[in-house]
Design a protein around this ligand. Structure first.
Ligand SMILES: [Cu+2]
Length: 125
C-alpha cells in the first residue's frame, strides 16, 4: 500500500513538472555571451539544443551594427534580405516561438549574413 502511494506521489510530481516546463518555455540567448554578432558560428551554437513552441529567442547586439531579419529558407541560403517577414532592430529583441517548424534569421547589414551571421532552428512541439 505504501509502495503504491509512493509511485502515485512521483507520478504527480513528474506530471506537474512536465506541464510547468512546457507552459513556461525556455529562453535561449542567441550566441550566448557573444550575442548576435558576425563571427560566432550559429549553426554550431544551435547544435544539440532543442527549441520548442513557447521558447524565447533573445538576440542581443549593438543596435547600430546589426539587425535581425526573419526570412524564408531560400533567402537564408542566399542571404537575401526579405524584410516582409519582419525586421527587428532594437538591439535586444525577444522572439517567442509560436509554431512548430523551421525558422530562419539573418543579419541584413552589409555582408554580415555571408560572413555567417545567420541562424536557422527547427521548432519542436
Ligand atoms: Cu550584422
Amino acid at each position: 500500500m505504501l509502495k503504491v502511494n509512493y509511485y502515485y506521489f512521483f507520478f504527480i510530481v513528474f506530471t506537474a513538472s512536465l506541464s510547468l516546463s512546457t507552459t513556461r518555455g525556455e529562453t535561449h540567448l542567441v550566441g550566448d555571451d557573444e550575442g548576435w554578432t558576425q563571427f560566432p558560428n550559429f549553426t554550431y551554437w544551435a547544435k544539440g539544443k532543442s527549441f520548442h513552441v513557447g521558447d524565447t529567442l533573445v538576440f542581443s547586439y549593438a543596435q547600430e551594427l546589426h539587425n535581425v531579419v526573419q526570412v524564408n529558407g531560400t533567402s537564408y541560403e542566399d542571404c537575401i534580405m526579405e524584410p516582409n517577414l519582419g525586421v527587428l532592430q532594437s538591439g535586444n529583441d525577444s522572439i517567442t516561438v509560436a509554431e512548430v517548424g523551421q525558422l530562419w534569421y539573418i543579419c541584413g547589414v552589409e555582408d554580415h549574413c555571408k560572413n555567417g551571421q545567420k541562424l536557422t532552428i527547427e521548432v519542436l512541439p
